[in-house]
Write a protein that binds this ligand. Structure first.
Ligand SMILES: [Zn+2]
Length: 298
């Protein structure tokens, strides 16, 4: 991937003292689209303020399989910039675009593989397939669910009219970014790519530290320590248990044993949101706190 062209654009535009324009973002989008070849699931970049019914009012961006586009909400991104400067806002725009592009890549992977749910031998694919199977219904209103949708949801033991199901939807709506594997992985990947780009082309410590701080938080997100016991619940298993994906839980455990048994895979394990050594989590938490103090964050 030629990140140099992408970074140069962000850098030059920032140096001119302006934010990335829609044209700048479209040019970067085209480079990424060519690289990942996700035309079949998404081929266009649109902006919320140009749509009659913006679908990501609450979000910075979204990737719609149905509409085959990535949508960016520039007003939200400006309000949620990682660093409060023009350059920081432009980096946040790039991060958001990378996040949505990652969703397009995930969707392409899921929808070009028919047998994903039970037979996958790929952790990434299994987790994304479970996420998208759930989210397909999650964003539909009850009145929009077809008989086939209802039967599918029922096959996991949920009655769409039950309180259980309503509670589940509410719970996951609040914590979508904490547990849904596709969201965790897209967020981690976008920050990791941004970190690679910035470390390579920008040597400023404060920028590198800020992105590293965000990346550490993204990796730690969703891991929960219960009491003083060394017992950490991992986000992806919590998601799969909540969704009653029992077969997939067994499948994931087998894949973990097969591919992630070595201790050196701890960071990759956090990326997947599966069980990680308590010691590794504690060390990461300490490093993150140190960065937080260094950056003078609240
Ligand atoms: Zn997302």
């Amino acid at each position: 991937m030629d990140y140099k062209v992408i970074y140069k654009r962000v850098y030059d535009v920032s140096k001119e003292g302006r934010l990335l324009s829609k044209n700048d973002l479209k040019a970067i989008f085209c480079i990424l689209r060519d690289q990942y070849d996700f035309d079949i699931v998404c081929n266009n970049l649109v902006f919320s303020d140009e749509l009659k019914n913006p679908s990501c009012i609450k979000f910075n961006g979204s990737c719609s399989f149905a509409a085959k586009h990535i949508e960016l909400n520039l007003a939200n991104i400006r309000n949620n910039a990682m660093i409060d400067t023009i350059y920081g806002t432009n980096l946040t725009m790039l991060r958001t675009l990378l996040h949505e592009v990652e969703h397009a890549r995930q969707l392409k992977e899921v929808f070009s593989n028919g047998k994903f749910m039970n037979n996958s031998n790929d952790i990434d694919l299994l987790l994304n397939a479970c996420s998208y199977n759930y989210l397909k219904y999650f964003f539909k209103k009850k009145s929009e669910l077809t008989d086939k949708d209802i039967a599918y949801i029922k096959s996991f033991g949920f009655d769409i009219n039950s309180k259980d199901y309503a509670t589940l939807l509410r719970r996951f709506q609040k914590s979508l970014y904490t547990y849904a594997p596709n969201e965790r992985m897209a967020h981690i990947n976008s920050l990791s790519t941004l970190s690679t780009i910035v470390k390579h082309y920008d040597k400023r410590d404060d920028i590198i530290d800020t992105i590293q701080y965000e990346l550490n938080n993204a990796l730690l997100r969703g891991y929960k320590r219960i009491g003083k016991e060394i017992c950490i619940y991992s986000p992806s298993y919590r998601f799969l248990r909540g969704m009653k994906f029992d077969k997939q839980i067994d499948n994931l455990k087998q894949l973990e044993d097969k591919y992630l048994s070595d201790e050196s895979f701890n960071t990759l394990r956090m990326y997947y949101g599966v069980h990680v050594d308590d010691k590794f989590i504690s060390e990461k938490q300490i490093k993150t706190r140190e960065l937080k103090n260094k950056l003078g964050r609240e």
